[in-house]
Design a protein around this ligand. Structure first.
Ligand code: NDP
Ligand code: GUA
Length: 485
């Protein structure tokens, strides 16, 4: 059992219309700690019926919520932020237990998650409209931003807190209710956040969390016309499916999907800083992040030196249960993830990739931890050139010219994050402008924060989260033309 200062945070029920409830069927499923396969607690398995009920409650809650002042919503969100930060230790323990990331990293995610609530508590007051100079005498043209209506969020297991607050923050700030369906593997952080939202004064029905059969819940959320907006973070395949389902009633969608981030190291880069950046960009959350470096492209002049330095640093990363002091990489989320990552390593080595790190990367079905690995001599024919690794494998590709680097970097259906290391201003400007990505990190491996627009282009998704842009998707523009003056 998790030892928490505030045991109220560990919930085994869904949160619907201000009540902690089980599934109508009574069905439950265990939430498993991926570090040791122990059961943390069981949670309800809900489906279409409970989802429809939650949509109805949200619609009812919307009427008074949209009429509250921005200042009132800002105050509630600020209280929620304060409560999340006051409970950071407990929330970090819950998140680490169900997701696997080391407790300090989990606590870091809690602070990152809270930052979206703080940010949108401030942005709530800035959803300005416009007054447009009239073209016909005796008229007045005004533009007002209004909440879009009932929103839904479907979120992944890799960031069980931040992907929720990055959606719930702007929704609530804009005056919308939101129904959250967390990943089945990590519902406990979502429940704990809902508990604190309620404590902060978020009214019943304005924020609900429903766990269960994803395709049933997803279909209900996408096909019910009362839901006006869906925000999804997860795989590209499921994103496409949800977008199709939302098309029937022209629902607004935001999608944060897969990536295939290039991390480019030019000959003139500061190598120590590049290695430091690569460690963050590649191994954050054990490589299970959509903005993780997927293809590390290194210019031929520094290829050998960079590979040796990176491999030495990677060999030192401490792999252990996330609750163990000093752990830097926890377990992967599940066996399916191990199998998929191992298959990519095997594919690459069969095609000529060479392991530069020294630790064993064999895998058996009992295994819960994977050693990080650096593979050199990576080639375009290898699976990870096109596909997201989502694990602790750094693949190094060699290139000669700047144009080669740009061509390789853009040679993908994805366009989320990209990174480059150079000390040349002209390389920085030329390459950062040529990269077909929503985000570019220059001389840094960490680009995410609440004030910057997070999102991708191409198959990486639609829309931006965080920043001043992140609230726009939760607002509709209403133009009023007043005549006869
Ligand atoms: N962009 C990103 O941040 C992420 C990318 N990924 C990528 O996707 C791969 C697979 O991970 P996975 O967890 O399976 O990602 P999914 O896209 O399957 O899951 C993300 C969310 O979507 C839900 N979901 C799954 N199927 C449906 C459906 N038919 N209708 C509605 N909701 C659905 C999941 O619920 P449930 O958990 O209940 O199935 C979860 O809440 C990873 O290896 C990685 O490559 C994964 C996670 C995050
Ligand atoms: O989609 C993800 O993988 C989570 C986002 C990580 C981030 O915000 O940096």
């Amino acid at each position: 059992m998790l030892s928490l200062s505030n045991p109220e945070l560990l919930k085994s029920s869904c949160f619907i219309n201000g009540e902690w409830v089980g599934a109508d069927s009574g069905d439950t499923i265990d939430v498993i700690n991926p570090a040791d396969d122990s059961v943390i607690i069981d949670v309800p398995v809900m489906g279409q019926k409970e989802t429809e009920a939650a949509i109805g409650f949200a619609a009812t809650a919307w009427k008074p919520w949209k009429k509250t002042t921005a200042k009132h919503r800002a105050q509630i969100l600020r209280r929620w932020f304060d409560l999340i930060m006051a409970n950071q230790d407990d929330l970090g323990k819950i998140l680490s237990a169900e997701q696997g990331k080391p407790i300090p990293e989990a606590k870091g995610e809690i602070a990152y998650a809270a930052s979206f609530i703080e940010w949108f508590s401030e942005e709530a007051k800035r959803t300005y409209g416009d007054v447009i100079p009239e073209v016909v005498p005796g008229t007045r043209l005004t533009v007002r931003k209004e909440p879009i209506g009932v929103c839904a969020a479907v979120t992944p297991w890799n960031f069980p807190a931040a992907m929720i607050t990055r959606k719930a923050g702007p929704a609530l700030a804009a005056g919308c209710p939101i129904i959250i369906k967390p990943a089945s593997q990590t519902p406990l952080t979502a429940f704990a956040l809902a508990y604190l939202a309620h404590e902060a004064g978020v009214p019943a029905g304005v924020l609900q969390v429903i766990n269960g059969r994803s395709s049933e819940i997803g279909t209900a959320l996408c096909e019910n016309p009362t839901v006006r907006k869906l925000s999804f973070t997860g795989s590209t395949d499921i994103g496409k499916l949800l977008m199709q389902q939302c098309a029937a009633n022209v629902k607004k969608v935001s999608l944060e999907l897969g990536g295939n981030a290039p991390f480019i190291v030019f000959d003139d880069a500061d190598l120590d800083k590049s290695v430091e950046g690569a460690l963050i960009a590649k191994f954050r959350n054990n490589g299970q992040t959509c903005v993780c470096a997927n293809r590390i492209l290194v210019q031929s002049g520094v290829y050998d030196a960079f590979s040796a330095k990176l491999a030495a640093a990677v060999d030192k990363l401490v792999v252990a249960d996330g609750a163990t002091a000093g752990a830097e990489l926890g377990p992967l989320i599940d066996r399916k993830a191990y199998r998929s990552i191992k298959a990519m390593i095997d594919d690459a080595t069969a095609k000529g990739a060479v392991q530069i790190t020294s630790r064993n990367v064999e895998f058996d079905e009992q295994q819960r931890f994977m050693n990080p690995v650096v593979l050199g001599d990576a080639q375009r024919s290898m699976d990870f050139y096109a596909d997201e690794i989502f694990g602790p494998v750094a693949a190094l590709f060699k290139f000669d010219s700047i144009d080669d680097a740009i061509e390789m970097a853009n040679d993908t259906e994805y366009g989320l994050a990209s990174y480059m290391y150079t000390q040349s201003i002209s390389t920085y400007i030329h390459v950062s402008e040529a990269l077909e990505y929503g985000m570019v990190g220059v001389n840094t491996g960490l680009i995410s924060n609440e004030v910057a627009p997070f999102g991708g282009i191409k198959s990486s998704g639609i829309g931006r989260e965080g920043s001043k842009y992140g609230i726009e998707d939760y607002l509709e523009i209403k133009y009023v033309c007043l005549g006869g003056l």
